[in-house]
Structures are given as structure tokens and as C-alpha cells.
Write a protein that binds this ligand. Structure first.
Ligand code: ATP
Ligand code: MG
Length: 446
């Protein structure tokens, strides 16, 4: 993309309405624009990152054997009356009436709808296990939408639902989700710690929230510092292997890590004092086994191998896709702007032309642009007629992890400059080598 042809409405001033750094930077970098309280338009740069996050979520769900689909945003109130949640959900639910006077709602989540699909089409244990998921907009009429995309009213969520014959199978599905979530967040450059959460009125020990540590997080968290040393890495996982998934769960959840909702001071005190940490965290996901709550209410049963009719065991598992943009920025920025992890960056590399209109500089930039593109990479070329300082400031603000700077002086020595946004370190290289280096970083071969 050439910046002169792109739509990147960066703001020079700090927007007054933004209280936290991610919200401020998303507005300043021209990623989002508020349409109404808690409802945002995703401008091209923000949209690109949102899609990159979505892609990682999709890839990791499919890898775990979960099946993508898409349910609508508007749902019928009748289904929610069947589960009893139409009245229970309260004011967070946006209720709508159509021209025929039928009650509808903008889905805040999808347990009812997915259970309805299941009961219409599945009746035998032979069709299980089954995990279906979608990535769809949700609406919750939050009393205090704030912090930009972190607590919106309309927000994008991945929600997945597992259906299993037995509790044991459903717990394997739970573990599978935990493993797939660990991989998902790490690919986005994030450490998200599974913490024991509160099962709410349904109860049960089988729910974990994933928290990214950040000062601006809304949850207070208590943990054993050893947990921050755990890395999932690129280990090979067989998602059908019950013992292997269980072992990962144990590895990542055996140390003390809880939010204020489930915090137990007596247990926490057993952690050696030097390792006890109290901090704040952003909830970027939650997994939940809730048994037969919805299958019993909606009559979703299957026939077992010995001919019995049983309600299916279910769980639901969510990732806050749009909230993740805020969480990533909270975890990765400096005073100049965003620092995107390579896994989600909107463009792989920036190209800054120090002297637009100079024949050599223009030519070298065009060549870099063409070679990077030919390798399947997407560069953002700042080809505007602006001063170098302004171009650097824009690149730093929007946070591309790598920048190639091209100027007539360097070119006379046959070099361009490759700069890491994260470390600020630069090195001078012949243009082909700069391309090869960027390609290698993204796993492409020149
Ligand atoms: P919270 O406690 O933050 O209100 P929740 O526990 O009600 O969230 P879940 O039902 O667990 O949310 O939804 C799954 C994920 O969706 C959450 O982990 C979070 O990342 C995201 N999410 C929930 N509410 C919002 C919101 N208002 N804006 C953006 N993302 C949200
Ligand atoms: Mg939650």
C-alpha cells in the first residue's frame, strides 16, 4: 500500500475522551472512530489488525478440530424464554420489536441458538464429539462502555460450543480449548494467563479466564510469579490425545492464579512470599463447562450406545476478538506509539523515502516495494511529500515492527537502513539484504 493512496486519518492531538493508552493510540493512529458510546467504526488500519487477529483465532480453532460457522446477530426472544434467560439477562440485553410485534434481541451470546441448531439435527452419540464456533458481533448494553474497544457495547467475539455425551468427554473439550487458547494468544505476542474464575450461579470449578497483565486492566489478579515463566511455544499437540491436553492444563493451572472473584487469601499465603504478586489484568477470554444446563432446558438429547436418551454435556468458550486489539496495545507500546507484534501487524514493514522526488530514492523504494510484495509481504510505503521527521513519527505511531529508510546519501554507498520498532536499533544493508532479512523474519524465503 502507498500511503498517498491510503486512508489513514492520524490525529496530532491526544483525544480528550481517551483515558487509557490503547484507546488513545487507536484513535490517534486512525484505527477506529466512535459512532456512538461503545460502538465503533473500524477504519482501514484497525480493520486490518482486527482481521489478522480473527485469522489467528480461526486457524487455531480449526487446528483443534473445531468447526467454523456463522449465526445471526439478531435472535428470537422465544428461544431465550425457553432457557429462562430472557428475563434473567437484565438491561444488558438490547431488546428489539419487529413490525409484526415479535420480540427479538441482539445476541449478547449464543448458547440458546446453538443448542436449537443442535437439537434440530443431532440425535445420536455417533455424531459426537462436536464443537462448533463462530466469530460474530455481540451486543451488550454495558452501563459504562469505556476504554474504547476494551469495553464496547458492540464487540466482536469468538464463541465456541462443545457437545459431548459424557462429562468426561466435555472436560476433554474444555482442555482442548485451553490449549488452543494458549497457542492463540502466544501467536499474537501476548501472555494470557489462565486464572480460575467464578462459575456464577451455575457453579463448578470448570471455568478459567485468560488474563493479560496490564496496569489498566479492570480485574484485580493474584498469582504465583512462577506462572509468568511458562511458555507454550511451538510444541506439537495432538488435540485428540486426552492425556496430552490434560497435562497442558495441569502445567498451566496448577500454580496459584485467580481474579478477585475467586481469590482465597489463605491459599495465596501458601505461595512463598517472594513469588506472591498482586496486579491488574485484562480478560481476553474465558472457557466454561456448564454441563446440561441448556441441553436440559431446551431438550437437546442424544441416544447413547446402549439406547438411553441423555441430555448432552456442553461448554462455551469465548475470545474477545475486538478487545484483543486494546490488550495487545496495552502490553506493547512506548511513548511514540504502538509496537505491533509481527503476528498481528497491519503491514509487515514500512518504507520511508527521505527524499520524495529524488530519482534514485524513488527508484530504490519502488524496487523494495516490488520485491517485498513479490515475496507475499505487504509493505506500507510512505511516498508522501513530507519531511522525514513527520514520516518517522507516523511510522512510530502506527507501530509497524520494521522500517526500511531510503535516502540519497545511503544509496550512494549502496545501503538502506533497517530499523526495529521495538528496540530502535538500525543497521545499514544493501537493499536486497534488507528485503531478505524482513522476509526471513516473517518466515518467507527470498
Ligand atoms: P467482562 O467480565 O469483561 O464483562 P464477560 O466475562 O462478561 O466479560 P464473556 O461472556 O466471558 O465476557 O465473553 C467472552 C469474552 O468477550 C471476554 O473474555 C472478553 O474478552 C470479551 N468481552 C466481553 N464483554 C466485552 C465488551 N463489553 N467489550 C469487548 N469485549 C468484551
Ligand atoms: Mg468472562
Amino acid at each position: 500500500m502507498r500511503l498517498s493512496r491510503y486512508f489513514l486519518p492520524v490525529l496530532k492531538e491526544n483525544p480528550a475522551e481517551a483515558q487509557i493508552v490503547s484507546h488513545r493510540l487507536m484513535l490517534r493512529a486512525g484505527m477506529i472512530k466512535q459512532a456512538q458510546a461503545g460502538i465503533y467504526s473500524w477504519l482501514p488500519l484497525g480493520h486490518k489488525v482486527l482481521r489478522n487477529i480473527e485469522k489467528i483465532v480461526n486457524e487455531e480453532q480449526v487446528r483443534a478440530g473445531h468447526i467454523p460457522m456463522l449465526m445471526p446477530t439478531l435472535q428470537s426472544a422465544d428461544l431465550w424464554r425457553e432457557s429462562g434467560r430472557y428475563d434473567d439477562y437484565g438491561e444488558e440485553m438490547l431488546r428489539i420489536t419487529d413490525r409484526h410485534g415479535r420480540d427479538m434481541l441482539y445476541g449478547p451470546t449464543n448458547e440458546e441458538l446453538i443448542t436449537d441448531i443442535f437439537r434440530s439435527h443431532v440425535s445420536s452419540y455417533k455424531d459426537l464429539p462436536l464443537t462448533l464456533y463462530h466469530i460474530q458481533w455481540k451486543f451488550r448494553d454495558e452501563i459504562r462502555p469505556r476504554f474504547g474497544v476494551m469495553r464496547g457495547r458492540e464487540f466482536l467475539m469468538k464463541d465456541g460450543y462443545n457437545f459431548d455425551v459424557t462429562k468426561e468427554d466435555a472436560l476433554h473439550a474444555y482442555n482442548r480449548h485451553l490449549v488452543s487458547y494458549l497457542r492463540t494468544y502466544e501467536r499474537m505476542g501476548l501472555q494470557a494467563i489462565p486464572m480460575r474464575a467464578d462459575g456464577g450461579p451455575i457453579g463448578g470449578d470448570y471455568t478459567h479466564e485468560f488474563l493479560v497483565l496490564a496496569e489498566t486492566g479492570e480485574s484485580e489478579v493474584f498469582y504465583d510469579s512462577e506462572i509468568t515463566d511458562l511458555k507454550f511455544g511451538d510444541r506439537d499437540i495432538d488435540y485428540d490425545d486426552v492425556a496430552q491436553c490434560q497435562a497442558v492444563l495441569e502445567e498451566f493451572t496448577s500454580r496459584y492464579a485467580r481474579t478477585d472473584e475467586t481469590h482465597d487469601q489463605a491459599l495465596f499465603d501458601k505461595v512463598p512470599e517472594a513469588r506472591r504478586r498482586t496486579a491488574r489484568g485484562i480478560e481476553v477470554g474465558q472457557i466454561f463447562y456448564f454441563g446440561t444446563k441448556y441441553s436440559e432446558a431446551l431438550g437437546a438429547t442424544v441416544q447413547t450406545a446402549d439406547g438411553k436418551q441423555v441430555p448432552v454435556h456442553m461448554g462455551s468458550h469465548g475470545i474477545g476478538v475486538s478487545r484483543l486489539l486494546g490488550a495487545i496495545i496495552e502490553a506493547s507500546h512506548d511513548d511514540k506509539g504502538i509496537i505491533w507484534p509481527e503476528g498481528v501487524t497491519p503491514f509487515h514493514c514500512g518504507i520511508v523515502n527521505l527524499k520524495q522526488g529524488d530519482e534514485d530514492a524513488d527508484g530504490a523504494c519502488e524496487e523494495l516495494y516490488a520485491s517485498l510484495t513479490a515475496l507475499g509481504l505487504e509493505p506500507l510505503y510512505d511516498d508522501r511529500n513530507e519531511r522525514a521527521g513527520g514520516k518517522f513519527a507516523t511510522m512510530d505511531l502506527i507501530g509497524l515492527p520494521w522500517r526500511i529508510t531510503v535516502g540519497p546519501r545511503g544509496l550512494r554507498n549502496g545501503v538502506v537502513e533497517l530499523t526495529s520498532r521495538r528496540t530502535g536499533e538500525s543497521e545499514e544493508l544493501p537493499p536486497e539484504q534488507a528485503v531478505a532479512k524482513v522476509a526471513a523474519i516473517y518466515g518467507k524465503t527470498a
